[in-house]
Design a protein around this ligand. Structure first.
Ligand code: ADP
Ligand code: MG
Length: 650
């Protein structure tokens, strides 16, 4: 006699209950021949389902010996058990256990996906099976649109898709009306006649009576094993070979399927998916916007600096811009400016004093920035005149009461459209005749204020208005032929010699540029750090929801494992889901940020956003990373579920 298909010796299954343990199967011996139709009966709690789970390689917590087609399957790894399940078994459950998100056809296909069948082939086979089971009209119906009997027939088709050499049915008629129950039994008998080995668990005697052999369990022990006398000799089923595709194609196929499953799962919980994404969306949008704004404003400032040119040097009192004594230092005087102006490297030099005050023309009065400057000021700073001209050396020498204003000042003071040039304005109590109007500044680094600007000879400002003898700045424009660094060193030496100490500081546009770059970098870093924290919070949100989702879908995971999914398949599916949530979130975040940038640029002048490809790529990379990082834990806990426990969950 050939070896039985299933051979069990001394099978024992114990469940630990606290410190104790209960023995549910007590040293069972059982042989099942290929092609048999066998019913396992017994009272509720006698261990039928437990035995069934062991037979179907869903459970591996037993002891004893189990040989399947001559192969010892004790202590096989979870993935090897999964392989046995998908290659040899087909499961039919009392509650059908179809996947609610899939239609009939797709449900039937699931085991074939895990077995690596070619897409068209499995589609066609699923179609044929459903057709044969009378469900040709219901291919695209979801389980909740099918009756119990129809759902059970879908699950029979699913059991058959990979061949279904051994069909395990646990109370298959338990949830069916009697007519559907009879139809199902007829179907199972028909399959048995074709050579499928059928093992049915039931407590219904009429169901059991249809089997050729009845094994009765009581309290974990086989108390009877009856064979019908008139049973036909078992038909052995010719082994069906599943057409396999190359391994790499198969792996790729399964990724594709997992991807589609993930999309489906996400779209069937749209609101929840969106809320999960929100953290990622906000995080990515803020990082991308902040970086773009940082780069944009840096660029704007740098452009302004370039418009001044790189060849000016400012001399200011105090050893640095942060020197707290700088207001008290009064040693920077017009003579210093004259000394520098005498040097060959100086193209032009302007001393400068500044203060705030009121400017008045007739009955219009406005806050003004009062600037006392040298005749070269406008040349040094590249200011162009729209009307009139600058004052000259004679005016500065003679403390002339003349002034230049900018277009803002002109528009503020001369409201009746009169010609500004030639008019007299009062600054404080001092009347000044307007001799020129300059275009509004494009390179104003100072705080943008609403006050207007008035320039007059520094001598006039110092003696007639401010009553001071010291300067607040000397600006030197270096001759094109001279080297800026060299000139700076010379000015340093000259002033040091004149003052006898270093109580001044020099600043050129390069140092300003560096300062701006480093401050904006620090700022970007700081705000990015905050944004990264929000991304982490978003990631934790994703993890949290994924954990909930794994719990909610435990039964689905159990079904997938029962039909042959490997742990890796489950891991992959949930990981892809997490990455997909984060990637979609990242995309929406980037788009949102582009929108914000566009909107803000339109609404607020002076702000500009620069989106570099690096930033956007980095956004996508980091959102995928977040998906992998925070999705891994939930995905792994899904993959590690015990199929029996998962199937039993509600
Ligand atoms: P049947 O299918 O014959 O009604 P089962 O095989 O489901 O019975 O269960 C047999 C016994 O094993 C029952 O007493 C049940 O309480 C126990 N049992 C089943 N599964 C577990 C488990 N995971 N942990 C502890 N006890 C269990
Ligand atoms: Mg049971």
């Amino acid at each position: 006699m050939t070896e039985p298909l299933i051979s069990i010796r001394q099978l024992r299954r114990e469940y630990p209950i606290g410190a104790e343990s209960i023995t549910v199967l007590k040293d069972i011996d059982l042989d099942i021949e290929a092609g048999e139709m066998i019913a396992i009966i017994g009272q509720s709690g006698s261990g039928k389902s437990t035995l069934m789970n062991v037979l179907g390689c869903l459970d591996n917590g037993w002891t004893g010996e189990y040989r399947l087609a001559g192969r010892d399957i004790a202590r096989l790894a979870p993935d090897e058990l999964a392989e046995l399940r998908r290659e040899h078994f087909g499961f039919i459950f009392q509650r059908y256990q179809l996947l609610a998100d899939l239609d009939a056809l797709e449900n039937v296909e699931v085991p074939a996906i895990y077995a690596g069948a070619r897409k068209e082939a499995r589609r066609e086979r699923a179609h044929q099976l459903l057709e044969r089971l009378g469900l040709g009209e219901r291919l695209t119906h979801r389980p909740n649109a099918l009756s119990g009997g129809q759902q059970q027939r879908v699950s029979v088709a699913r059991a058959l898709i990979n061949g279904g050499e051994i069909i395990l049915a646990d109370e298959p008629t338990g949830a069916l009306d009697s007519k559907s129950g009879k139809e199902l039994m007829a179907l199972l008998k028909e399959l048995n006649a074709e050579g499928h080995t059928i093992i049915i668990v039931t407590h219904d005697p009429t169901v059991a009576s249809q089997a050729d052999r009845v094994v009765e369990l009581s309290d974990g022990v086989i108390i009877a094993d009856r064979r019908k006398d008139d049973a036909a000799a078992p038909v052995r089923k010719a082994a069906e070979t599943i057409k396999r595709i190359p391994r790499w194609r198969e792996a790729l196929d399964r990724v594709g399927e997992a991807f589609q499953m993930a999309l489906r799962a996400l779209s069937s919980h749209r609101l929840r998916t969106f809320l999960t994404m929100l953290g990622i969306i906000i995080g990515i949008a803020s990082v991308v916007s902040v970086v773009a704004l940082g780069q944009g404003s840096q660029q704007t400032v740098l452009d302004r600096i370039s418009s001044i040119g790189t060849n000016t040097i400012n001399v200011m009192p105090g050893t640095s811009a942060a020197d707290r004594r700088r207001d008290a230092i009064r040693t920077l005087v017009p003579a210093d400016a004259a000394a520098i102006a005498a040097k060959a490297y100086a193209d032009s030099v302007t001393p400068q004093v500044s203060s705030n005050g009121q400017a008045r023309y007739r009955n219009v009065s406005a806050a003004a920035q009062i600037q006392g400057v040298g005749a070269d000021y406008f040349r040094v700073n590249n200011r162009s005149f729209v009307e009139g001209a600058a004052f000259d050396e004679t005016s500065t020498g003679a403390l002339a009461q003349v002034a230049v204003i900018d277009t803002t000042a002109r528009d503020t003071l001369f409201t009746n459209g009169e010609d500004a040039v030639g008019q007299v304005v009062l600054v404080g109590n001092v009347p000044l005749r307007i001799i020129g109007v300059v275009a509004a500044s494009t390179n104003n680094f100072g705080p943008q204020s609403s006050s207007i600007s008035i320039w007059m000879p520094y001598t006039t400002a110092m003696s007639r208005i401010l009553g001071q003898s010291w300067l607040s700045t000397i600006t030197v424009r270096i001759a094109d032929s001279a080297d800026v660094t060299e000139a700076q060193a010379q000015i340093q030496a000259l002033l040091e010699q004149r003052h006898g100490t270093v109580d001044f500081s020099l600043q050129n546009t390069d140092t300003i540029r560096e300062t701006i770059q480093s401050t904006s970098q620090t700022l970007t870093l700081l705000i990015s750090a905050i944004a990264v924290i929000s991304l982490i919070v978003g990631g934790i949100g994703v993890m949290n929801i994924m954990l909930v989702s794994v719990r909610e879908r435990t039964r689905e995971i159990g079904v997938r494992m029962a039909v042959g999914a490997r742990q890796g398949d489950i891991l992959q599916q949930f990981l892809i889901e997490a990455v997909l949530v984060c990637l979609i979130g990242g995309t929406v975040g980037v788009l949102l940020s582009l929108g914000i940038g566009f909107g803000v640029e339109k609404l607020v002048s002076g702000l500009s956003f620069i989106y570099s490809p690096t930033t956007i790529i980095a956004a996508f990379v980091s959102s995928s990373l977040i998906g992998v990082l925070f999705g891994f834990m939930p995905a792994r806990s899904a993959a590690r579920l015990d199929p029996v426990v998962a199937l039993a969950s509600e």
